[in-house]
Structure formats: structure tokens, C-alpha cells
Write a protein that binds this ligand. Structure first.
Ligand code: 5GP
Length: 160
């Protein structure tokens, strides 16, 4: 397997060299909207530590990315009034990976609506900005220990 390329596009986003529609950040993870979403609210969750994919990431970093992915999935259910979530994660070109910094796709789904094909359409900047704001707000509710905005009393986004 090739080694990690520090000039991949997501590494540049993590370093702030390229812009992104951020929805969540902590000391170990960063999450932002996919610019070619397969459904509204399509989010990518990354470890900050360099890793190509699950084949070279540390077990602890991967476990933490999954914890944050769960939290974002729960908040996305509320923010996008979703009926379900599709989670995807690709490893190496043969496994469908295009950008070689580990990321988990969180895709909010509506019943009966198919996902768009991958990389089919770039979303408008104002739409992405609005969606990022909505999801970040739902997540902020979660990190405060309160239910996501609009969520049922007693609901929780869980860890971390
Ligand atoms: P994968 O590597 O898992 O196959 O997919 C890479 C994902 O990154 C795709 O869903 C694609 O739409 C998304 N993507 C590609 N370039 C950019 C970019 O510059 N910014 C953002 N936010 N997403 C990107």
C-alpha cells in the first residue's frame, strides 16, 4: 500500500489551506460537508492524525472516529428530518476510495429516495453553508448534554 500523502485534499482542509463547510471539530476529529453530496447533509468525518484508511489508522483513532460518526448520525437524523442514515467507508482505489485520508461518510436518507450517484453534482455554496449551520446547531445541542434541537426529550447524541 502506498504511504500517506500529506498533500491530499483532505489534509489541506485539515490544515486550513482549503475551505470546508465545517460541522464539528474536537482535538482528534474534524467533520465537514461533502461538496458533492449523495443526499442533503452528506457529511465526512476524519481523524486529524494522518491515515490513508482503515488499513493504517491506529485502532484507537478509528474507534474515536466511529464514536464521533455515531454522534453526527444522530444529530443528522434531527437536522435533516431523516428516516435513516447510510454510513460508507472506502479503502484504497479497489475499495472505492478516491481521497486518501481516512473518512467516514454519513448520509441522511429519506424513505423511498435513492442516493445520487457519487460525485455527480456540486452543491451550491449557500445551500452547503445553511446545511452546515443546521447540523452544527443540532450537534451543539448534543455536546451540551441536552437533546438535539427538536429531538425527543431524553434523547441523546451519545458519545463522546
Ligand atoms: P471516497 O474517497 O470515500 O470515495 O470519497 C471522497 C468524497 O470526497 C466524495 O464523496 C467527494 O464528493 C468528496 N470530495 C471530493 N473533493 C472534495 C472537496 O474538495 N471538498 C469536500 N468537502 N468534499 C470533497
Amino acid at each position: 500500500m502506498p504511504s500517506y500523502d500529506p498533500n491530499n485534499i483532505f489534509a489541506k482542509i485539515l490544515r486550513g489551506e482549503l475551505p470546508s463547510y465545517k460541522v464539528y471539530e474536537d482535538d482528534k476529529t474534524f467533520a465537514f460537508l461533502d461538496i458533492m453530496p449523495r443526499a442533503p447533509g452528506h457529511t465526512l468525518v476524519l481523524p486529524k492524525a494522518p491515515a490513508r484508511n482503515i488499513l493504517d489508522v491506529s485502532a484507537d483513532d478509528f474507534a474515536y472516529v466511529m464514536k464521533v460518526s455515531q454522534k453526527i448520525a444522530k444529530a443528522a437524523m434531527t437536522a435533516f428530518e431523516a428516516d435513516g442514515i447510510t454510513m460508507q467507508q472506502f479503502n484504497e482505489g479497489a475499495g472505492g476510495q478516491v481521497v486518501f485520508h481516512l473518512h467516514v461518510h454519513i448520509i441522511p436518507r429519506k424513505a423511498g429516495l435513492p442516493m445520487k450517484p457519487p460525485a455527480s453534482e456540486k452543491e451550491k455554496p449557500d445551500v452547503l453553508a445553511e446545511q452546515a449551520k443546521k447540523l452544527a446547531a443540532a450537534l451543539a445541542g448534543c455536546t451540551n448534554g441536552s437533546p438535539p434541537s427538536g429531538g425527543a426529550a431524553g434523547s441523546s447524541c451519545g458519545l463522546p
